[in-house]
Ligand binder design. Sequence first.
Ligand code: G3P
Ligand code: CA
Length: 238
Amino acid sequence: MNPLIYAHRGASAYAPENTMSAFHEAARRYADGIELDVQMTKDGAIVVMHDEDVSRTTNSQGLVREKTLKEIKELDAGGWYSRLYVGEKVPTLEEVLTFLQGNSLRLNIEIKTCSAWYDKELTRRTVSLVQQSGIKDRVIFSSFEHRSLLDAKELDDTIPCGLLYVGNLIHPGRYAKAVGAEYIHPCWDNLDRQGVEDCRENGIEIHPWTINDPTSRDAMLAFECEHLITNYPDILYR
Ligand code: G3P
Ligand code: CA
């Protein structure tokens, strides 16, 4: 069976990452789903951004959690990428969920609590937005902070979770099953045959990232991974 193709931060090879333009590009370029990252603002809004600091992907500086939603919405999230995208806004999770109500794209929400800033409130608000969206059955969660996935499960155990990690786990399938996750989300070159077999024995799906070239694609196809996460959804699509 062909893997499902998820556009990483949207079709981020073609438009500024984690913006509505990148998500529209993903739909236009035949992705089955999108992957995005969520952070929480000072006033509790859930916004879509990879870094904790806005400086790499906007025209300002400072931490997301120290800005209000109004301040985040004043930022330009496209000019750093290309003049064509000047004026692009940082989307809220709610805006993306509304966009997805109008199509059949799936959604991988990465809960960005993988630092000293572990915060259950981000997970609680994210789960609540997904529950109200009407597309809960197309959503999965992932995180490098595995405690956040336990939090998500405690809040709603019907939403599947994938464990993000870098490094070679000896028994990834056994570990995922033990913590109640459905999937592993490894960096693709950390995956080997032994790990794949351990996942198969434990009923765990495999969703590697970031698959941007034929070498990684062919290796992951040989492992019969269920999802591939890529910046180039059109090129991987067969
Ligand atoms: O979901 C895979 C990937 O997004 C994890 O790494 O840093 O791109 O969020 P990063
Ligand atoms: Ca991510």
